[in-house]
Design a protein around this ligand. Structure first.
Ligand code: ADP
Ligand code: MG
Length: 390
């Protein structure tokens, strides 16, 4: 799946319309985490020195098709300006004549940021009229919003059909690394899946099953697999409706799956609760699995040893509670330590890695939660399909 990127085009005098993912966490009107804004810098810097004016757009939160001052992109223009060390002109309109006038008045390399695309009722419905308004703001459309690539909205797909449309550097990188997971060019290839539910990731398991050499399963989803083997998980999160599917997967590829042999179980799902490691068949009545146990951590470390390609999606415990985060932290370090090409997908896994401050020790951390899952399922993402083929 090779797509044209901004590196494949001449840019002189061409106005760039760039869809980014500035859907950042806000706290008290301030940007609480600017990593998504930083992730957009390479594309902006690349185009700033080559193209005409740069018009940026993004959504933020879920404003339901009408203006919501708490979700304005105004504060983001300030943060972006600081990071770029130059002026970013905030245009308080999603599109329309005022936005067109602002772009028309801008010089080459000047950066403008439009208002939250979802303030317009036509955005999420992919309204053709809004797409036409967007298309008036640029000569070339650049998509760098991987996190929104699985949604067919006016600013991701509608406008891409009206202008020459290419990938930005971040999107190009997402496609390059996540494609490795599907193409499995390097072996041993180890996939690690965690998170809460099997049903969220069943399609990913199916898609990767014949490609990986080993599947390490942890977190809530491993419970359902253990239950399929007849174990009593007590009060652990088990998805009753997926036990049968989990059993079928285990029978299909018995030797691929590595399941926990012990877990940290807790009396209650909260900080300060009594918690202790137990073999998976020895969880006391009334307790619940909240993390992988120390023996399993060693098994996982050993299984990762020597891998050439590792794809990790989903924390292997309730990592939001520090006492239950050790398994996930240990696993993150094991993956970071390995010599393999390492790819992390999923919002919570990425958050865990970022929180630990070890993000730069992974080959790639995907910026798209839902989008990276759909990509790993092998689905066509409309925001990527709409771009020109290389
Ligand atoms: P990602 O966003 O990385 O794809 P998910 O959203 O699938 O990950 O899963 C993350 C969630 O899974 C976290 O909220 C975590 O608390 C939960 N989780 C992990 N292990 C367990 C467990 N043993 N019991 C209940 N929830 C769990
Ligand atoms: Mg998640």
């Amino acid at each position: 799946m090779r797509k044209k990127s901004i590196r494949d085009l001449p840019w002189t005098d061409r106005r760039a319309l760039i869809r980014l993912d500035f859907n950042v966490p806000m706290r008290g009107g301030e940007v609480a985490d600017d990593s998504r804004i930083r992730a957009a810098l390479p594309t902006i810097r690349f185009l700033r020195s080559r193209a005409g004016p740069l018009t940026l757009m993004s959504h933020l939160g879920r404003p339901k098709g009408q203006p919501d001052p708490a979700l304005s992109l105004g504060p983001i223009a300030l943060v972006l300006g600081r990071l770029l060390d130059s002026e970013v002109q905030f245009v308080p309109h999603v599109a329309g004549p005022e936005a067109e006038a602002a772009v028309a008045a801008a010089e080459a390399g000047h950066v403008l940021l439009l208002e939250n695309t979802r303030f317009h009722p036509g955005e999420t419905g992919n309204d053709p009229a809004l797409a036409v308004q967007f298309a008036r703001l640029g000569d070339v459309f650049v998509s760098d919003a991987f996190g929104s690539a699985h949604r067919a909205h006016a600013s991701t797909v509608g406008v891409a059909r009206l202008l020459p449309a290419v990938a930005g550097l971040l999107l190009e990188r997402e496609i390059r690394f996540l494609s490795l997971a599907l193409e499995a060019p390097e072996h041993p290839y180890v996939a690690i899946l965690g998170g809460a539910k099997v049903s969220d990731k069943i399609s990913v398991i199916r898609r990767l099953m014949r490609k990986v050499d080993r599947f390490l399963l942890g977190g809530g989803m491993a419970n359902t697999f253990l239950a399929a083997q007849g174990l009593d998980l007590r009060e652990s999160l088990v998805e009753a409706s997926s036990i049968e599917t989990a059993g079928a997967l285990l029978r299909e590829a018995q030797d691929q799956f590595v399941l926990p042999i012990d877990v940290v179980a807790a009396e209650r799902m909260e900080a300060g609760s009594p918690a202790e490691a137990f073999a998976v068949d020895r969880i006391p009545p009334g307790w619940r699995a909240v993390d992988i146990g120390p023996k399993t951590r060693r098994v996982f470390r050993d299984s990762i040893q020597g891998a050439k390609l590792i794809v990790w999606n989903g924390p292997v415990g309730v990592f939001e509670i520090p006492a239950f985060s050790e398994g996930t932290r240990d696993l993150a370090l094991a993956v970071a330590d390995s010599q393999a090409t390492t790819i992390v997908g999923g919002g919570d896994s990425a958050a865990a890695v970022n929180e630990m401050g070890i993000a730069d020790r992974f080959s790639h951390i995907s910026t798209g939660g839902g989008a990276s899952l759909e990509f790993l399922e092998g689905k066509d993402l409309p925001g990527i399909s709409a771009l020109q083929d290389a």
